[in-house]
Design a protein around this ligand. Structure first.
Ligand code: ZN
Length: 112
């Protein structure tokens, strides 16, 4: 007589479908986690910038306008040559102006 092998509760097709559905959710979950992580990183970017050493100019600092006391030229702090003079930071457009100032700091300090 005819024997019907089907009817078993563990149908192989159902099993594969279950695995595929599981893999689908794993992909969705990992994708959303990486998206969230990227979102958190972009929000925390401004905070981590504050941990940079003082020597590295942040974007805001490098765009600050400073004046060269020797030639009177205005330039952004990021492009200027910084020098300490009596606890005050002085900025120069070039090595030439810096050397002039260092030769006669009193003459130019009032101009700063
Ligand atoms: Zn200059």
């Amino acid at each position: 007589m005819s024997e019907m092998p089907q009817g078993a509760p563990a149908n192989p097709m159902t099993f594969i479908a279950r695995i595929l559905r599981f893999l689908f959710w794993v992909v969705i979950a990992s994708w959303s986690i990486s998206l969230l992580r990227r979102l958190v990183n972009s929000m925390g970017g401004a905070v981590s910038n504050r941990n940079q050493p003082m020597d590295v100019p942040s974007d805001a600092v490098s765009r600050k306008l400073v004046r060269d006391p020797v030639c009177g030229m205005h330039l952004t702090e990021g492009l200027a040559i910084a020098e300490q003079n009596g606890g005050q930071r002085v900025f120069f457009c070039s090595e030439e102006c810096r050397n002039k100032f260092m030769g006669e700091p009193r003459k130019f300090a009032a101009n700063a």
